[in-house]
Ligand binder design. Structure first.
Ligand code: IMP
Length: 176
C-alpha cells in the first residue's frame, strides 16, 4: 500500500494486535482491580490502542489525555513539547501511561519526569510497540505489546505525516 511517497506492507494484523491488547488488559485488571487507576493516553498516536485497552480493562477506572509531540515525517525531531496538558489532580493516584510506540524513549522519559513531580501513588507504563535498537533514553516499560525492529511503522493510530491512523493493521515501510 502506498502512503504519500512510501510503500508499506502488513507487519501485524488487527487480530494479532487485539489478542495482545486483551492479554495486557487482563493483566492490568488483576493488578489494578480495586485501585481506580487513571489511564493517561499520549495523543495523538495512542488513541486507538488506548480505546481498545481501556475496554479490555474490567474494573473501575478514569481516562485522561495529554498531547506531546517530537516527530516530523519519519524521524524524531529531538524536541518534545507538551501541547495539551492534563487537567486532573494526579496526587495519590495510580497512573497507567499508555503510549503507542517507544522509539528513542525521549517522549516517555520527558513525560514520566513531569508525572513524578506531581506525587502520584504509582506510575505504570504500557507501550503497544517498542524499538529496542532505537532506544536512547532509559525508560521503564512495564508492559510491551510487541518489540519491533528499528523501522518506520504506520496504522492502528500511528501516522506518516498525517495519514494512516485509521488502518486497522500495523504496516511497516517496505524496502525500496
Ligand atoms: P520517541 O520520543 O523517540 O520515543 O518517539 C515516540 C513517538 O514518536 C511516538 O509516540 C510516535 O508518535 C512517534 N513514532 C516513533 N516511531 C514511529 C513510527 O515508526 N511510526 C510512527 N510514529 C512513530
Amino acid at each position: 500500500m502506498q502512503i504519500h511517497d512510501l510503500e508499506f506492507k502488513i507487519f501485524l494484523s488487527a487480530a494479532q494486535i487485539q489478542d495482545r491488547v486483551q492479554s495486557i488488559g487482563a493483566a492490568l485488571t488483576t493488578q489494578y482491580e480495586d485501585k481506580n487507576p487513571l489511564f493517561i493516553s499520549i495523543l495523538s498516536g495512542a488513541f486507538v490502542f488506548a480505546s481498545d485497552l481501556i475496554r479490555s480493562f474490567n474494573a473501575p477506572c478514569e481516562v485522561g489525555f495529554v498531547k506531546l509531540s517530537s516527530y516530523k515525517g519519519t524521524r524524531s525531531s529531538g524536541d518534545v513539547q507538551t501541547v495539551m496538558g492534563l487537567e486532573k489532580d494526579l496526587e495519590g493516584r495510580h497512573l497507567i501511561v499508555v503510549e503507542d510506540i517507544v522509539d528513542t524513549g525521549r517522549t516517555l522519559h520527558f513525560f514520566l519526569e513531569h508525572l513524578r513531580s506531581q506525587n502520584p501513588a504509582s506510575v505504570c507504563t504500557v507501550a503497544l510497540l517498542c524499538k529496542p535498537d532505537a532506544l536512547q533514553f532509559e525508560v521503564p516499560i512495564d508492559y510491551i505489546g510487541f518489540e519491533i525492529p528499528d523501522e518506520f511503522v504506520v496504522g492502528y493510530g500511528l501516522d506518516y505525516d498525517g495519514l494512516g491512523r485509521n488502518l486497522p493493521d500495523l504496516l511497516v515501510k517496505s524496502e525500496e
